[in-house]
Design a protein around this ligand. Structure first.
Ligand code: IPM
Ligand code: MN
Length: 349
């Protein structure tokens, strides 16, 4: 296995570049400590770049990005750009075109982090959400009819084929099988979305029975899952769900682990035929951009996921320990630069 990793860096908008800088400093420190090489190449794609050039993500850049081992993305979204343009043209385009069909989002409470959950500590909150990342309501299937009239119709369909469902569930089963509790909870809405989640449910049970008999299967309707994520999160080990439900429940999950500044994600193509992309769950937060206020921890956690994905497990585990030491001894509301300084001291100490 090569220990030279080429990373495309899209710092993006708002606080994106600020937290990316800290996260990649931490990753570079691990490269030095554990003897591997990270070659970082910056890409300008962002809302700001679009306003300047009219370009979101062209085909040449997309092809160029495919040559990297991974992509690190800070955050994209600009207040002067109409909603949807950057989200669909950059972020979702990358997820779809690079077939990053898994969005992996750990929900883990680190030491000392305040949670809005009553009586919950790190023991009670340590699960992973596997969000399907290329289909469902995000497929973009739909349109308007009679637009602008009083009878206009808008349709946006939840579309899944069996291949998409099966490959996502297989990944989730494999992940669950690798964890001590070996429990996989599927989150759906079989009582209302009786076509799409019937398909999910059948594949879930067929696959589980045939290939993963050692994994305990559970099922939750999405509304009940939200309730238990607050009331009794200890029951979750690995959770798997559709794209839209995963988007929603992981913001709730993020809040339970201390807020959006504490939530990491990986957009993963498990086949490795194209690069995977790592990003904090939070957005570009234009209201605090440039004010040295952003919490860089989610970005650092996302860098940790990237190192693990690149095969640098030891470096990733060591980084994880440093995160836990940092959160255990520091307030999360300090300035970005102060947080960075204290974090790097722990990491290098
Ligand atoms: C996320 C974000 C994106 C999504 C947006 C920005 C398109 O909310 O990564 O969770 O909906 O997936
Ligand atoms: Mn989201």
């Amino acid at each position: 296995m090569s220990r030279e990793h080429n990373i495309a860096v899209i710092g993006g908008d708002g606080i994106g570049p600020e937290v990316t800088e800290v996260a990649l400093d931490a990753a570079q420190a691990q490269a030095e400590k554990f003897g591997f090489t990270l070659n970082l190449t910056d890409f300008p794609q962002s809302g700001a770049h679009y306003l300047k050039t009219g370009e979101v993500l062209n085909d040449d850049t997309l092809e160029e990005l495919k040559k990297y081992d991974a992509i690190y993305l800070g955050a994209v979204g600009h207040p002067d750009v109409k909603p949807g343009i950057i989200e669909k043209g950059l972020l979702l385009k990358l997820r779809f075109e690079l077939d990053q069909y898994i969005n992996l989002r750990p929900v883990k409470l680190y030491s000392g982090v305040e949670t809005p959950l009553k009586d919950a500590g790190p023991e009670e909150l340590d699960y992973v959400c596997v969000r399907e990342n290329t289909g469902g309501l995000y497929s973009g299937v739909g349109g308007f009819n009679m637009k602008g009239s009083k009878d206009e119709v808008a349709i946006q369909s939840m579309v899944y084929n069996r291949t998409q469902v099966e490959r996502c569930l297989r990944y989730a089963f494999e992940l669950a099988a690798s964890r001590p509790r070996k429990t996989l909870a599927m989150v759906g809405k079989t009582n209302v979305l009786t076509y799409v989640f019937d398909l999910w449910d059948r594949v879930f049970n067929e696959l589980g029975e045939k290939e993963f008999p050692e994994v305990k299967r559970e099922y939750y309707h999405v509304d009940a899952a939200c309730m238990f994520m607050v009331k009794d999160p200890r029951r979750f080990d690995v959770m798997v769900t559709s794209n839209m439900f995963g988007d929603i429940v992981t913001d709730l999950g993020a809040e339970t682990q201390g807020g959006m500044g504490m939530a990491a994600s990986g957009n993963i193509n498990p086949t490795k035929s194209t690069p995977s992309m790592f990003e904090p769950v939070h957005g570009s937060a234009p209201d605090i951009a440039g004010q040295n206020k952003a919490n860089p921890i989610a970005a650092i956690m996302s860098a940790r996921m990237m190192l693990e994905f690149l095969g640098e497990k030891e470096a990733a585990d060591d980084l994880d320990k440093a995160i836990d030491t940092y959160t255990g001894s520091n307030s999360l509301t300090q300035s970005t630069s102060e947080a960075a300084e204290k974090f790097m001291a722990i990491l290098k100490g």
